[in-house]
Design a binder for this molecule. Sequence first.
Ligand SMILES: [Mn+2]
Length: 311
Amino acid sequence: MAAPQYDPSKIWSTLLTNRGYFGGALVLNHTLRKTGSKYQLKIMVTRDVEADTEFMEAFAAAGIPTIVVDKIEPAPRDGKVNKGTWEKLAPWGMTEYERIVLLDSDQIIRQNIDDMMTMDLPDGYVAASHACTCNPKKLAHYPKDWVPENCAFSAANQATGEPAAITEDCPRNHHLLNSGTVILRPSKKEYDELIHAMNTHPDVPNMIFFDQDLLAIVYRGKWKPLPYTYNALKPMRSCHAGLWKDDDVKILHYILAKPWKSRTYGDDLIESTHRLWWDEYAEVEREWTTSEEENKRRLWKSVVVPVVAQE
Ligand SMILES: [Mn+2]
């Protein structure tokens, strides 16, 4: 079979820093292919991953190209470094691409999303969905003003799913985005701005969502809100039940508990979404475990099975 022809100027990309999310990345790639995307997923990997020969063989067996990214982390403040997913900023520097859509490997694609590659984006802007700031689990480390009244999705058009416009007098939370899905145009200037802000902005030592918090600051007033359907956070199926429509969801995002951590899950509105992930996983599993290539069957056992719950 001939390799599919992809538009090389635009890519999907996700970051992997260790083997733990590899099952997620395989399922993400599978759902992109299944929904007929004409763009390729390339996985950003850290130097640690690059040094893991067997892991790199697994990417090759999956037919997923990798992009090795150097460590990105803020300059120490008072001798301390706020460690986190800062490598998610790397795509801004990849100016060989016209457009990159950042995805998370704990997402699955439910409908073709190729429109994200051609969607209008003003110069100097990124696009993303709002952060959901309801904090339904009442996690203590989340900011105090993360309550449903201030959540941008409470202000979205509940019938059409149109996101709330970001206005001058909107609650502070409406300026926050979720970086699970980000449309960006690589730019040396914007990359330098991001890195500069990471190294100097006074809020960086206290950021708990790293790249996501930094993007909200650097692109404040310069990001386009996407409907929730492009980054449907699983808890929203409950805390925004009036907005959420299963048939409209394009990208389902498994924030918090990951589906691959357990084959059993609750039957409530939120955890029952894990079934969709396991259905997709079953297809990937069948493909690898029945492959003609002995190497692929071996890599499934040594790289995938250990990081995906077996019961
Ligand atoms: Mn995620």
